[in-house]
Design a protein around this ligand. Structure first.
Ligand code: SAH
Length: 281
């Protein structure tokens, strides 16, 4: 992806999860980038507890590298296994989820715009009565930012409101939601089954919103043909409403559920979606 071509940089920006992770996890839980010391009290506190600033900065950098390496490893795993395998992977070691999201937030802090914010704006422009399912919600930022009833779904429940499951099999009732959201979450090799599950839980005329990394849809660099992808989605029983390719980092696709399914889901030709691998910064 475009992120890959950037020079390695160390910057300070980070997301919400960073602090939580620092508190919860153990030795490998240092941030990806060392935090700027703007608070004089903090500076004196750290100089009291650490032998010397130079060596602690070096240690911080080393730990950040390790964390970044772990993030890229987990990220690659999620893009190359099925949702069920990913669920087992995190169940066996739940702390990897926090590690993943620390790295994810760090990567996102370099994006000029976050796709989740585009979706939040879209929801705010529509009725707050719409019931939403956020497939692959991460830190459930979407649910926290809108008035709508939101079912937040992810492999691990980082918040009591999050339903922990593989999103190809959610506990949601059929025809129970108005908007299904996939924001950078079509990761598993069985991603078509996630969209199929969204189709099941959506009411007729319900919305399907997909935000995905742009490079995954660039046929010039091995990405999928967006038209082929869109056609496959429509084959499940959706109508394409609009597409937005204007953002440098991600694409936005908007669909509506049809009253009737068009063809047998087995006959649909899905393009492969290549993994989004992040390079070291
Ligand atoms: N939508 C959030 C998080 C994106 S990261 C945002 O835009 O900020 C992708 C998320 O999808 C991760 O939290 C990952 O755990 C989740 N995910 C990937 N495969 C999943 C699956 N099979 N079932 C549930 N969640 C999944």
């Amino acid at each position: 992806m475009e992120v890959e071509s950037r020079k390695r940089k160390r910057r300070g920006g980070r997301g919400k999860n960073h602090k939580k992770f620092q508190n919860k996890a153990a030795a490998s839980s240092e941030p990806l980038t060392p935090k700027k010391q703007s608070n004089p009290d903090k500076t004196s506190e750290s100089s009291l507890s650490k032998p010397n600033n130079k060596s602690s900065n070096f240690l911080d950098k080393m730990k950040a590298r390790l964390t970044g390496g772990h993030f890229r490893m987990i990220n690659e795993k999620l893009y190359t296994c099925t949702g069920n395998e990913a669920l087992k992977y995190f169940r066996e070691n739940p702390s990897l989820f926090n590690l993943y999201h620390t790295g994810y937030q760090e990567q996102m802090s370099h994006w000029p715009e976050l796709p989740v914010n585009v979706i939040i704006r879209w929801l705010k422009d529509h009725s707050p009565a719409l019931v939403v399912a956020d497939f692959g919600c991460g830190d459930a930022r979407l649910a926290k930012s809108v008035k709508n009833k939101v079912y937040s779904i992810d492999l691990v429940s980082s918040d009591p409101s999050v339903i922990a499951c593989d999103m190809s099999k959610t506990p949601l009732d059929s025809s129970s939601v108005d908007v299904a959201v996939f924001c950078l979450s079509l990761m598993g090799t069985n991603f078509p089954s996630y969209v199929q599950e969204a189709h099941r839980v959506l009411k007729p005329s319900g919305w399907l919103l997909i935000a995905e990394v742009k490079s995954r849809f660039d046929p010039n660099t091995g990405g999928a043909d967006p038209n082929k992808f869109s056609k496959a989605i429509c084959g499940l029983g959706f109508t394409s409403v609009s597409k937005d390719f204007s953002n440098k980092m991600f694409i936005m696709l908007y669909f509506k559920k049809k009253d009737k399914r068009q063809s047998d889901a087995k006959d649909i030709e899905w393009p492969e979606l290549k993994p989004c691998l992040y390079k070291r910064r």
